[in-house]
Design a protein around this ligand. Structure first.
Ligand SMILES: CC(C)(COP(=O)(O)OP(=O)(O)OC[C@H]1O[C@@H](n2cnc3c(N)ncnc32)[C@H](O)[C@@H]1OP(=O)(O)O)[C@@H](O)C(=O)NCCC(=O)NCCSC(=O)C[C@H](O)C(=O)O
Ligand code: MG
Length: 292
């Protein structure tokens, strides 16, 4: 199993907001997205790029994963954003509005020669992406694309399709499910979209729980008050971790050697449940290591 990085809480901030870039160093978010795209006005693009790259180079973000969201390659800023971001050596570069795998190949070419540990994350937020999602996730097979993670952009999807935000997100469920399935088919992580109503904590928690139950690794966030609830909801509960350890231990007993199915506490468990359990334990251990 590859090393797990907890991505329960992934906080966006405008790259033009120096106070937010500083405050992020104190917040318990698993990852930060320093945004050069939609949260930055056109006149501020160049100065935000300098500010973000300077902050990433200076460091101070501790164990938090640091991601720079570039502008799209079809904008006047995208290419320079990607080159400047690569030179600042973040953990990843997030590409907005990816609608086909060719965009990721182009990004991969721009990053040729950049340190291998810089990964590419792709926003899934256009109707065209939804229709081509299997080819987009399959771009991860070409290692030069560096593709590691999908991020849902539900605001852009709502804008482009005219779907409404409603409790339970019925209009969006097919997109969430399709993108998640495509991500998992290629071993990618995937993060749920943002919840815009900062003052509605109950609604936010309900949406986190829904995203977790769908299988998302975490949620993208827009405000510090959303970080701790996301950390709590996307962490495996203690009872789930204890159950996972019990299943793993049962399969390791000498009398169960070679068995493919067992009964544990009156429930059928198969080897696949032990494998799922190993992931639950690994996620819990990674979270504990981060907190420790
Ligand atoms: C939404 C906000 C504009 C609200 O700002 P504000 O009213 O200033 O917030 P507060 O006064 O409540 O802030 C309290 C303190 O917290 C700091 N803060 C606020 N937000 C952040 C943040 N995101 N990261 C770090 N720190 C933050 C303030 O500085 C205050 O600190 P202090 O000085 O110590 O009191 C604002 O929250 C905001 O800008 N949020 C992020 C917006 C953003 O980045 N949007 C773009 C990404 S979302 C998106 O595009 C999704 C996708 O593409 C899609 O299509 O769906
Ligand atoms: Mg967007």
């Amino acid at each position: 199993m590859t090393a797990i990085r907890p991505r329960r809480s992934v906080l966006y901030m405008p790259g033009s907001n120096a106070r937010a870039l500083e405050k992020a160093k104190t917040l318990p978010a698993d990852a930060l997205i320093l945004d050069l795209e939609d949260a930055v006005a056109p006149d501020a693009k160049a100065s935000a790029r300098d500010q973000v790259c300077g902050a990433v180079k200076a460091g101070g973000y501790g164990p938090r994963e640091v991601i720079i969201r570039a502008n799209g390659l079809d904008t006047p800023w995208g290419r320079d954003d990607i080159l400047a971001a690569a030179a600042a050596r973040p953990d990843g570069i997030l590409i907005p509005k990816v609608s086909n795998p060719e965009t990721l190949q182009e990004v991969g070419k721009l990053l040729a020669g950049a340190p291998d540990n810089i990964r590419v994350w792709a926003m899934v937020e256009t109707p065209a992406a939804m229709l081509d999602i299997a080819r987009i996730s399959a771009a991860a097979r070409d290692r030069s694309t560096r593709l590691a993670c999908f991020v849902m952009g539900t605001n852009d999807l709502a804008k482009e399709t005219r779907a409404r935000f409603v409790p339970g997100r019925a209009p969006m469920l097919p997109w969430l499910s399709l993108a998640l399935t495509a991500a998992r088919a290629e071993g990618l992580d995937i993060l749920d979209g943002v919840y815009n109503n900062i003052s509605d904590m109950d609604g936010f928690r309900a949406e986190c729980e829904q995203g977790r139950d769908f299988g998302f690794d975490g949620k993208t966030l827009i405000h510090p008050t959303q970080v701790e609830p996301a950390n709590e909801i996307f962490a495996p509960p203690a009872a789930e971790v204890a159950w996972a350890r019990k299943i793993i231990a049962a399969f390791q007993l000498p009398e169960n050697a070679g068995k493919g199915v067992l009964s544990v506490d009156g429930k059928m468990v198969e080897i696949l449940h032990a494998e799922m359990g190993k992931r639950v334990v690994a996620v819990a251990d990674a979270i504990a290591a981060r907190q420790g």
